[in-house]
Design a binder for this molecule. Structure first.
Ligand SMILES: Cc1ncc(COP(=O)(O)O)c(C=O)c1O
Length: 414
């Protein structure tokens, strides 16, 4: 049996299509480094599921800052939590000192998940990079000297830092930055292939998104994920679930893996934790927590009192059963509406998703549809060249969704 493990350097190079790397020698440089192609209007205000530009034009937000502002903009509860935190006068202390908000938030995660301990980071990529380090630290403790490999799967996106980029299956993002971190491979989403790759002597961890977001909103097969969990247990390899995009209520349960019938060894979360304030977290089992010692990892800002107090408010709201029921029911209805649009317009190849995380493959470039929707006041984001992605705030109503669907249908027809 042969494995098709793909070393980080072997993928063919395709020039970036949507990169902003077009600054010429003569063009004036943007003050913010040109790593993004930003829409022209200046956004100045947010309210609920809407953003407003400087002319007062209103945009219905089906992006939510890429799955971040799940409670919408200018939420009274989030604002109140920020005010409470500010009133203490303690925005930051560093991790050299204890603060109550950080400890309360960590305890909340311990009480509401499989985890024994939590590490707070500042972004999704930082959470995943940390999880890779924890996996290697744990692997060293098993007594297998060569155990270090991190294995990701086809279609993955885990971040833009050296380790996470090596675990991200996007040639355009990777190729300009080779060599990437070593000891990281991408394997087909296939249990036979993974069975070859998961050598107990060399493999430390597998990382996978239960729903691949950037990779096209691909809901991975439950039987595949359950098989992978079993395989990792048999081979003494850690399973890291990356729920940075699909977690924290997005699919109708607090954690996406609650719908899979198993728990991981580590879980990474980020985006919506503090509804827009930057935060990530690594949730770990007792087995992983016990190998980590003072000095093994660190971060200056992670889990500071302002962030943690706001996040504690947000995660309690995101775990509210009424909100989760709303996401499941509204999400199912939304998916049906997208299917209806697909049938009526003939502009769509496929629709897939779960909860309030949906993808729509379109015949023309997604960027063309996004531009037309933008003109009509609807914010959309892509997930690959021909996939539209829908990540509205979780609090969105059916009426608001209907307004967006009407614009979408018109943008697809034009
Ligand atoms: C599944 C997943 N993992 C990791 C990341 C990286 O998160 P961040 O952009 O906060 O570094 C993202 C971002 O889109 C993501 O969707």
């Amino acid at each position: 049996m042969t494995s098709t493990m793909i070393p980080p350097q072997s993928a063919p190079f395709t020039p970036a299509v949507a990169s902003a790397g077009t600054n010429t020698d003569t063009a004036p440089l943007p003050a913010i480094l040109g790593t993004y192609k930003r829409q022209a209007p200046l956004f100045v205000r947010g309210e609920g599921v809407y953003m407003f530009d400087e002319t007062g034009k209103r945009y219905l937000d089906f992006v939510a800052g890429i799955a971040v502002t799940s409670l919408g903009h200018n939420d009274a509860g989030v604002n109140g939590a920020m005010q409470e935190a500010l009133a203490t006068g303690l925005i930051h202390t560093s991790n050299l000192y204890r603060t109550a908000p950080g400890e309360a938030l960590a305890q909340w995660f311990v009480d509401n998940s499989f985890a024994s301990s939590v590490f707070f980071a500042n972004s999704g990529a930082e959470a995943n990079e940390g999880a890779f380090k924890f996996a290697r630290r744990w692997a060293k403790s098993t007594g297998a000297p060569a155990k270090h490999e991190i294995i990701a799967v086809r279609g993955s996106f885990h971040g833009r830092m050296p380790g996470t980029l090596a675990a991200t299956d996007r040639p355009n993002y990777r190729m300009p930055f080779r060599p990437l971190m070593g000891g990281v491979s991408i394997v087909e989403r296939d249990l036979t292939e993974l069975s070859v790759a998961l050598d107990p002597e060399t493999a430390a961890a597998v990382i996978v998104e239960p729903i691949q977001g950037e990779g096209g909103v691909r809901v991975l097969d439950t039987a595949f994920l359950q098989g992978l969990r079993k395989l990792t247990e048999e081979r003494n390899v850690l399973l890291i679930l990356d729920e940075i995009q699909c977690g924290l209520g997005r699919t109708g349960t607090l954690f996406a893996h609650e719908q899979l019938g198993f728990t991981p060894d580590m879980l990474t979360i980020a985006k919506p934790i503090a509804n827009g304030l930057p935060m990530g977290a690594i949730l770990v089992t007792d087995e992983v927590a016990r190998v980590m010692q003072p000095g093994d990892h660190g971060t200056t800002f992670g889990g500071g009192p302002l962030l943690a107090h706001v996040a504690h408010h947000v995660v309690q709201r995101l775990s509210d059963p009424a909100l989760l029921t709303h996401v499941r029911e509204t999400g199912e209805w939304f998916g049906e509406q997208l299917q209806g649009i697909a049938q009526r317009t003939g502009a769509v190849r496929a629709v897939r998703g779960k909860g309030l995380m949906w993808g729509m493959d379109v015949h023309e470039p997604a960027s063309a549809v996004i531009a037309r929707a933008f003109e009509q006041g609807l914010l959309l984001v892509s997930a690959g060249e021909h996939t539209l992605r829908f990540l509205p705030p979780l609090v969105i109503t059916r009426d608001e969704l209907t307004a967006g669907l009407t614009i979408l249908e018109s943008a697809l027809k034009s």
